[in-house]
Ligand binder design. Structure first.
Ligand code: NAD
Ligand code: WQD
Length: 339
């Protein structure tokens, strides 16, 4: 079975290529390397013991889709390629609506044209905003997005669900990721934030590596156990495995003309920022230099997943601990620093 992995050179995509290989699928990567490096392909080759076919192309390019679909018999698509910086999306919303929304529409048109029916879409827990109750189930309401980035995920989920409803053969699953962290245990692939990281864990590892002066902890006056905000941090390898489970579920629907569902992909456990720092320190034996700073605009107090539906329907469960994820993130940081 051939699976087209858009954004397959990126953080989550590259780890998913590894898990697809382990499950017996062949991956074809479609990536323009706008937020990844070709070196990822070398890391993948070493991990899986063979090279991965890739197309260096833009998902906004109709001819590129035609080329891939003509040259390859694609059984399904996992669509990671998108821009993901929340702050940038506020400053450059059209970039996000073009790359995340317009390109997804083009992909769906090209899937119809070439008769490709199975799609797994990268969505986000950001669609829930600050939930009314915790943990968040898939029945929790989708709140008005607080950034253009978040809005692109809501809009794409709706576009996909509307397209499935036309009963022209599309079957799709949206996975709502909570906070992906960590790296492959080999330290050959991982997250490559460009510039100053916006996310907590890469900021921690870069601070400890001496690349950043000090970590700012954004707010200690939230109504949580220690005053810092709560998130559900999931190891990227567990997240990657969820895509393999989603794909398998889609392929089981082969006799149906239509199928759409969405799932929370998290650990089910919330951790405060200070708990993440403490877990990092105890799993690596290294100190994190941090200072409490004001809240970051747009941050929610707490969000973590109820994963009952993904446990029961996808047959998937996160297995790795926060400590393992942080140790792997650190091993990756050390490997990157040596380059
Ligand atoms: P990433 O930036 O590491 O990977 C995205 C990949 O897509 C990169 O390799 C980039 O070069 C490629 N890409 C971007 N635009 C492209 C285009 N026009 N044509 C071809 N390739 C293109 O991001 P990631 O963290 O792996 O995220 C993957 C997906 O998961 C995204 O859709 C993101 O919105 C979603 N997501 C990420 C997180 C997170 O915290 N990392 C959380 C929830 C959802
Ligand atoms: C986690 C916690 C910060 C950095 C973002 C996107 C979301 C999704 C995942 C894509 C928060 C605190 C952070 C720092 C800190 N991405 N923090 N100091 O904001 O939960 O989610 O990534 O879909 O859409 O918004 O993740 O890692 O930025 O922050 O104190 O230097 O760490 O305030 O409480 P977030 P994050």
């Amino acid at each position: 079975m051939k699976i087209l992995v858009t954004g397959g050179a990126g953080f989550i995509g590259s780890h998913t290529v590894v898990e697809l290989y382990k499950a017996g699928y062949e991956s074809i990567i479609l990536d323009n390397f706008s937020n990844s490096e070709k070196a990822v392909l070398d890391g993948l080759t070493t991990i899986i013991g063979q090279s991965v076919k890739y197309y260096e192309a833009d998902i906004n390019d109709a001819a590129a889709w035609d080329k891939v679909f003509t040259e390859q018999q694609i059984d399904g698509i996992i669509h990671f390629a998108a821009n993901k910086a929340v702050g940038e999306s506020v400053k450059e919303p059209l970039k996000y609506y073009r790359n995340n929304v317009a390109a997804t529409v083009l992909m769906l048109e090209k899937m119809q044209e070439h008769g490709v029916s199975n799609l797994v879409f990268s969505s986000s827990c950001t669609v829930y905003g600050q939930p009314d109750a915790l943990p968040v189930t898939e029945k929790s309401s989708v709140k008005p997005a607080n950034s253009p980035y978040g809005n692109t995920k809501q809009i794409c989920e709706e576009i996909i669900s509307d397209t499935v409803a036309t009963e022209k053969g599309l079957k799709a699953i949206s996975l709502r990721y909570f906070n992906p962290i960590g790296a492959h245990e080999s330290a050959l692939i991982g997250e490559l934030p460009i510039g100053v990281p916006a996310n907590l864990v890469p900021f921690i590892t870069q601070t400890v590596a001496g690349l950043r002066g000090q970590l700012s902890v954004f707010g200690d006056d939230y109504p949580t156990s220690d005053g810092t905000a709560v998130r559900d941090y999931i190891h990227v390898v567990d997240l990657a495995k969820a895509h393999v489970s989603a794909l398998a579920l889609l392929l089981e629907q082969k006799d149906k003309n239509t199928y759409y569902d969405f799932f929370n992909i998290g650990t089910g456990k919330g951790s405060t920022v200070l708990e993440v720092i403490q877990a990092f320190e105890s799993s690596t034996g290294l100190k994190v230099d941090y200072a409490i700073k004001p809240r970051r605009e747009g941050d929610v107090t707490a969000v973590y997943a109820d994963c009952t539906k993904s446990n029961e329907v996808l047959g998937w469960k996160a297995e790795k601990t926060l400590a393992e994820a942080l140790a792997d993130a650190w091993r990756w940081q050390v490997a990157v620093s040596k380059r």
